[in-house]
Design a binder for this molecule. Structure first.
Ligand code: URA
Length: 211
């Protein structure tokens, strides 16, 4: 399967196209297109988020960049040497990922951060291609249930194959393992569902699984 990311004007999800057009009017300086994955295709580690935030990744054009969740994610990736440099709310910050790539289950910003099931299914074709295009991929970190289910679908599994649980590890194929985490969203951090220390533990596990 060849690697083909969504086009800037990807027409596949009518609701998301309408939202994109409205955002292009309201926020003409924003990226306002499917947000490309970040990091090298030959990485062993793939982090899969949910979808770009309106004034975060949809503004900056890089996954998690400018979103609250990015503060938590990039701090842990830096701590466990999956990233180098300084994270700032800009894709021009010079930050680089080390043996790591970041993508989203849905590439376009959804209204109210809530993609519909049909949109998640439609966008799964890109996640599937992404995974197929990573020859050295060993570990996928899913952030939240939607990402977990999208990864199962993209690797040819039914949802019943593996139940989402924070910290669970599932063997997806002979080569690829899935690690689940609660999403590092502002909501989960503010409600105490996930703490930065719990998230560090997950990324530390990822580091250990790749040794
Ligand atoms: N920003 C992203 O790019 N993805 C998420 O899942 C959350 C914020």
């Amino acid at each position: 399967m060849s690697f083909l990311p969504p086009a800037p004007d990807c027409p596949k999800c009518p609701r998301l196209c309408g939202f994109r057009e409205a955002n292009r009017q309201h926020y003409p300086t924003f990226f306002n297109a499917p947000v490309p994955s970040f990091g090298e295709l030959n990485a062993e580690f793939l982090v899969v988020g949910l979808a770009p935030g309106l004034k975060g990744a949809n503004k900056t054009g890089r996954p998690f960049t400018g979103d609250y969740a990015g503060i938590i994610l990039y701090a842990s990736l830096l701590k466990f040497k999956f990233a180098q440099g300084d994270y700032k709310e800009s894709r021009e910050d010079g930050l680089t990922l080390v043996n790591c790539r970041i993508t989203n289950a849905v590439r376009c910003v959804p209204p109210e951060n809530k993609p519909e099931l049909a949109e998640i299914k439609t966008c799964n074709e890109f996640l599937k291609r992404e995974i197929a295009a990573m020859p050295r991929l060993k570990l996928i970190l899913s952030l939240g249930l939607i990402s977990h289910n999208a990864v199962l679908r993209a690797t040819g599994h039914k949802a019943a194959f593996a139940k989402f649980r924070h910290g669970a590890i599932h063997k997806l194929t002979d080569k690829i393992v899935l690690l689940d985490s609660y999403h590092c969203s502002r909501y989960n951090i503010n409600t105490g569902m996930l703490t930065p220390a719990m998230f560090d533990d997950i990324v530390d596990r990822a580091r250990a699984l790749l040794r």
